[in-house]
Design a protein around this ligand. Structure first.
Ligand code: P6P
Length: 331
């Protein structure tokens, strides 16, 4: 097997940025390390009662934290702090951002959802880590500020996810396309298994929690009816595939073509997914793979954030499918 390793790929990609400090490369390798450790814990979750189930605490979202949520959050934060290259970390699991004052001279900040879809762990469904990296705005040598985190998604310098599924994969972009790496736990290495990932312009898979269909914007309902009809571009009903784990649904749609929708609903007027550490990184990946990501009326990566855990509606996936959905919303 002559696959390129993730480490080799990161170093090779760095050559495209002459004079670069290599800091971003090192951040990506710290994510790689934490991903290996979390993957190992997830893959034995069913056997290790001490790490499955609820942690008995809630995050700022008011969501029950799973033990592995807390474990993954701790693991990623420790790995990122240790490299000395990140001056601030915002996480779904922490009310406020963490100012890494021992790294005040660092020039990057990172936002993470350490374990998205974690309620699925106990039933052995794929879950994922999502990350988003920016250059800081505040002066080097000072403590990070909220402003460093409230940047629009178009300012991201890197984004990606780790999907803990039938295999563990790390998929990321630094703005030069999307590449996927599959983890071989036998030797502890991620190998380049999906170079230059490009999402099909169209597809026949839609991912949405149908129980929301009567509680969201009429245009969304009409688009879903289109997906289910014989009048759509495929001449037959699409397949409905919804795992309840964003990373897993997005990853499948990225490979096969498809659309994921989490709209504004009566109970969630801004949608459910968080802009900074779920929608923006997923949007960056989607666009880099030739797809689109919108709220229905605005490009996700153009939204000017106003708070750390802000939620937005999202329609993301294959370009033609997202544009078709948008056409129902702008009628
Ligand atoms: P619902 C998991 O909690 C998550 O953030 C995404 O991973 C997933 O797509 C969505 O929420 C599921 O939400 O309301 O359909 O259960």
């Amino acid at each position: 097997m002559n696959f390129t390793t993730l480490g080799e790929f990161i170093l090779d990609e760095q050559k495209h940025f002459p004079g670069s400090s290599g800091d971003l490369s090192s951040i990506l390798s710290s994510i790689r390390l934490a991903g290996k450790i979390v993957s190992q814990q997830i893959n034995k979750a069913g056997l290790a009662k001490h790490i499955i189930g609820a942690a008995g605490s809630e995050n700022i979202q008011g969501e029950q934290q799973q033990k592995l949520d807390v474990y993954a959050d701790d693991r990623f934060i420790k790995s990122l702090r240790a490299r000395g290259l990140v001056c601030g970390i915002a996480s779904e699991e922490n009310d406020d951002f963490v100012a890494v004052d021992e790294n005040k001279d660092a020039k990057y900040i990172i936002m993470i959802d350490p374990l998205d879809g974690s309620s699925n762990i106990d039933v052995n469904v794929s879950v994922g880590t999502i990350f988003s990296v920016y250059r800081r705005i505040s002066p080097v040598g000072t403590t990070v500020t909220t402003e460093d985190f409230l940047q629009p998604g178009r300012e991201q310098v890197a984004a990606g996810y780790i999907i803990y599924g039938s295999s563990t994969m790390l998929v990321y972009t630094t703005g030069n396309g999307v590449n996927g790496f599959t983890y071989d736990p036998g030797i502890g290495v991620f190998f380049l298994s999906h170079p230059d990932m490009v999402s099909p312009d169209s597809g026949s898979i839609y991912s949405m929690n149908d129980s929301n269909i009567d509680y969201c914007q009429r245009g969304i309902k009409r688009y879903i009816e289109y997906c289910r009809s014989e009048e759509n571009d495929k001449g037959k009903p699409y397949s409905a595939r919804y795992i309840g784990s964003l990373v897993a649904d997005f990853h499948r749609n990225l490979l096969r073509g498809g659309i994921y929708i989490y709209p504004a609903t009566q109970s969630a007027p801004n949608g459910k997914l968080r802009l900074l550490y779920e929608c923006n990184p997923i949007a960056f990946l989607a666009e880099q793979a030739g797809g689109k990501a919108t709220t229905g009326v605005q490009r996700i990566m153009d939204i000017e954030p106003n708070e750390l855990h802000q939620r937005v509606p999202i329609i993301v996936g294959s370009k033609d499918m997202v544009e078709k959905a948008e056409s129902y919303l702008t009628e």
